[in-house]
Each structure stands twice: as C-alpha cells, then as structure tokens.
Write a protein that binds this ligand. Structure first.
Ligand code: ATP
Length: 275
C-alpha cells in the first residue's frame, strides 16, 4: 500500500525478534548498543564511546539482520555498503564513496529527525585486509584510510551520533589498524545455528506459510545440521514451491525433505564453483 511506498528505506523494519537463535550474540550486541543509547551518562564517566562493532562469522548467519536490528534498537537510520563494491574501483573513488556513505547517514538522520545512524559495511575484509609488507601500493588503501579517518572523526559531542558496524567471515585477515581501540574494538562472534536455533529460524520463516500439522520441525531441525540461517530461509521457500507445484494447499513433510536435498545440492555446486 501507500504506507509501504513512502517508507524510508533507511529505517529498517528488522528487530531482534526477527532473528532466530544467536542469543549470546544478540545479548552482547544489545549491551554495546546500550552504551550508545545512554551516551550522556557514559560521557559523564569519561568512558570512550563505542564507534565500531565487528560481527564475525560464516556467511548467511544473520550479520546483516543484526546490523539492521541494531539500527532499529537504537532508533537510528541505517546505511550500508559492501566491501566487495570497492574492489574494482579506481584510485580515490572508494575513498569518495566512504565519505559519501557517512555524509548520507548524517543527512538521512537529520531528515528523519533521528539523533543517530548506523553505517554498516559488509565484507569489510575486502577493504581492510592485511597490508603485506607495508610497501606495496594498493588502490584500496585509500579506501581503508578514509574509513579510519571517518571513524576517528566520530565523537560523542556531534549532533548525529554514528556507529559503524562491520561484518566479516575472515576476521584473521583484517588489518590490525582496523582493530585498534576506538575503531572496531568490540567483536561479536556470530555462529552457525545449533538445533534449537535452527528450529527457531525455521519457525520464523514458516510464519507466513501454510504448514501441514504433520510436519515435525524438530525433525527438520535435526536433519539440517550445518545449515546457515540463509540456507534455512531457502529451505522454507523451496518447500513452499514444491507444495505449490504439487497443487497441495499445505506444505507437507515430503516437500520439506525434497527442499533439504535441494539446498544441500545447491551447497555442493556452490563449493565446486568456488574451488
Ligand atoms: P553474509 O555474510 O553472506 O552477508 P549475513 O551473515 O549477513 O551473510 P544475512 O544477510 O543477515 O546474513 O542473512 C541472509 C538471510 O538469511 C536473511 O535475510 C534471513 O532471511 C536469513 N537468516 C540468516 N540468519 C538468520 C537468523 N538467525 N534468523 C532468521 N533468518 C536468518
């Protein structure tokens, strides 16, 4: 409807309740965010404000969802970029894009009457990988330097408070400059879901789907060891497609079994492709 059409995309509609499992990660993240929410008090104790949070973990485990939920939890606007966008850029363009991103966050926050903004950078390793030897010239050093400059420029007396959240699945590859105090000095590990979490994630993605009562989600959770949240989301979607193809009104156990196979096969072909 019109409501949706006029929704500001920089105000995310994901909350922590939309993220299945990840209890520890959510708790750690909320604790860090509470610092941001109570920044006046934190300031009066002379505590350094949190500027950067690093989410580390395998692909598809909900890091982007966590960053969006963080924005909503702190009543902030949300802007994002992916490190992979910067890889092929000409010298200087990446740095300019970083500058724009931070400017955009401040501008959107002002426009929507918010006091804070979350800048999310996915695949940070693509811009913040370790500099080998230190002498080698890399086009993306400028991008990384610009990011560090922007982060160093964040202070608690600004009109719009920014928080940078970055995600990576290769934390060990990050340049130590990014991990220094005042930069990404809070690390939160986001892991693959265990059985209980897999069930929760399946339930979340089945919310809007007609599920036959014969389906035992505990069993499905047990059979999906090693699946990420993103794979569970695909599984729910594929199962619904199989039910539709069969002309069934409800998603039955056979549709889920077929979907598990399909997602597992997809995973295998993906692995071959990246080898
Ligand atoms: P990547 O590292 O590949 O960018 P990510 O960790 O950022 O992955 P998301 O983009 O947050 O993962 O997740 C992709 C999709 O998978 C989400 O949009 C959601 O549908 C589903 N998903 C992942 N994790 C969860 C979760 N914990 N709960 C519910 N849905 C999830």
């Amino acid at each position: 409807g019109t409501e949706r059409k006029h929704r500001d995309l920089s105000i995310p509609d994901i909350s922590f309740d939309d993220i299945g499992g990840q209890e520890r990660a959510k708790k750690e993240l909320k604790e860090a965010l509470d610092f941001l929410i109570h920044r006046k008090q934190i300031d009066s104790y002379g505590i350094r404000p949190i500027k950067g949070i690093l989410l580390a973990g395998p692909p598809g485990t909900g890091k982007t969802l966590m960053a969006k939920a963080a924005a909503r939890y702190t009543d902030s606007v949300f802007v994002s970029a992916s490190g992979s966008e910067f890889v092929e850029m000409y010298v200087g363009v990446g740095a300019q894009r970083i500058r724009q991103l931070f400017r955009e966050a401040r501008r959107r926050a002002k426009r929507s009457g918010k006091k804070s903004g979350v800048v999310f950078i996915d695949e940070i390793d693509a811009i913040g990988g370790k500099r080998e030897g230190g002498t080698q010239h890399r086009e993306y050093d400028q991008t990384l330097n610009q990011l560090l400059t922007e982060m160093d420029g964040i202070s608690s007396d600004q009109e719009i408070q920014l928080l940078v959240i970055a995600a990576t699945n290769r934390k060990e590859l990050l340049d130590p400059a990014l991990l220094r105090p005042g930069r990404f000095d809070r690390h939160i590990e986001v892991d693959l879901p265990d059985k209980r979490a897999r069930k929760q994630i399946l339930q979340l993605h089945m919310r809007n789907k007609p599920l036959d009562e014969k389906v035992d989600l505990d069993k499905v959770a047990a059979e999906t060891f090693g699946f990420s949240g993103a794979q569970l989301e695909s599984l729910a979607n594929e199962a619904a497609i199989y039910a539709l193809r069969d002309g069934e009104k409800k998603i039955g156990p056979q549709h889920l079994s077929a979907a598990i196979d399909k997602v597992m096969m997809g995973e295998m072909t993906d692995r071959k492709a990246t080898r």
